[in-house]
Design a protein around this ligand. Structure first.
Ligand SMILES: Nc1ncnc2c1ncn2[C@@H]1O[C@H](COP(=O)(O)OP(=O)(O)OP(=O)(O)O)[C@@H](O)[C@H]1O
Ligand SMILES: [Mg+2]
Length: 310
């Protein structure tokens, strides 16, 4: 019915409906009926309101809050070591932000705090407006995470894993199957969909996890830890193309990487980290204006993280 019948026709149809049918429809639509005697015209109006509400919901895709990811003054210590120091970071819907930095910079720690796996010592983190500590279920539900070292359900096949994920996230079986097949094609995963997760190669495990994310309802908030590392050139190319398309359709994407080619041709903005601190941030052009002699993101990166080797 959504979008097909105009409201005048809808009202005429409802007016023609026998009383008991109208009442049944009102119950299905969960119209709050508290009075013992109700007027027919009131009931028709309430049913109309509910139907129109649903119609609007069907037509408008979910839009992420702005910012989709927000970290404010976040610090994480492991014993005496400060892995992340007073980090501020946000990602808007329709944006790909790259956290780049050398080994041990704090990239993985940042993503693990954002996804609620570990807790920050101080500062606050919001995902789609939900606090990762106070509203952890809502916040975690909104985010798709690919970890650096995935360990998940080794005794499920990739297909079982993807369909299980779809169920957890409330995606109907049919929709999940359609989406799964679409992404299996895209990632050329046909051969492996019935393989046990525990026996997949690194790159194929990454593909299975990505398919598990993309069976959910877009737009997505993604936290991807080194997503390209491990994929072969074709897989990497397909994933980058897909991430750009998702970004253009309103998803918010945060990726960590130390592979600068990945960052430079994928990310809209960069946050450069070194030993837990942000040492630079901005678009490539903005960063370049700080280092006018730099020819590439690589040179900017090296200048900010210990200098260019002789
Ligand atoms: N669970 C932990 N216990 C103790 N120290 C940790 C733990 N996790 C991370 N660290 C330390 O925190 C620092 C940041 O680590 P992190 O894994 O975030 O770096 P990274 O930027 O992801 O590096 P890489 O590029 O190697 O993946 C490192 O010094 C690391 O040894
Ligand atoms: Mg890491």
């Amino acid at each position: 019915m959504a979008g097909v019948i105009d409201s005048v026709t809808l009202k005429t149809n409802l007016e023609r409906m026998p009383g008991d049918e109208l009442l049944r429809l009102a119950r299905v639509l969960k119209v709050p009926i508290v009075k013992r005697t109700i007027r027919r015209s009131w009931l028709i109006d309430e049913v109309m309101k509910e139907l129109e509400k649903r119609e609007r919901k069907d037509e408008l895709p979910y839009r992420l809050k702005s910012p989709a990811i927000l970290l404010e003054d976040v610090t994480k210590r492991f014993g005496k070591k400060t892995a992340v120091r007073r980090l501020n970071l946000k990602v808007e819907p329709g944006e790909i932000v790259g956290i780049v930095g050398p080994n041990g910079a704090g990239k993985t720690t940042t993503l693990r705090m954002l996804t609620g796996i570990i807790r920050a010592n101080s500062g606050t983190i919001h995902v789609d407006g939900h606090d990762i500590v106070k509203d952890s279920i809502l916040a975690k539900e909104r985010i798709g995470y690919i970890p650096e070292k995935p360990t998940c359900y080794p005794s499920l096949t990739a297909r079982e894993y993807v369909m299980f994920t779809a169920r957890i996230y409330g995606v109907s079986h049919d929709t999940a199957l359609i989406r799964m097949n679409e992404y299996v094609d895209l990632f050329q995963f046909d051969e492996f969909i019935n393989t046990y997760i525990g026996t997949l190669s690194k790159g194929n495990l990454q593909r299975a996890l990505l398919i598990g994310i993309f069976v959910r309802e877009p737009p997505y908030i993604l936290a991807l830890d080194e997503p390209i590392y491990g994929l072969d050139p074709r897989g990497a190319w397909n994933l980058k193309k897909l991430l750009r398309e998702l970004r253009n359709a309103g998803s918010a994407i945060l990726i960590s990487t130390h592979i600068l080619e990945v960052a430079s041709d994928l990310c809209d903005r960069f946050v450069i980290m070194n030993e837990g601190d942000v040492v630079g941030r901005g678009t490539f052009e903005e960063l370049k204006s700080l280092f006018p002699d730099a020819r590439s993101l690589e040179e900017i990166f090296l200048s900010l993280t210990g200098g260019i080797p002789e």
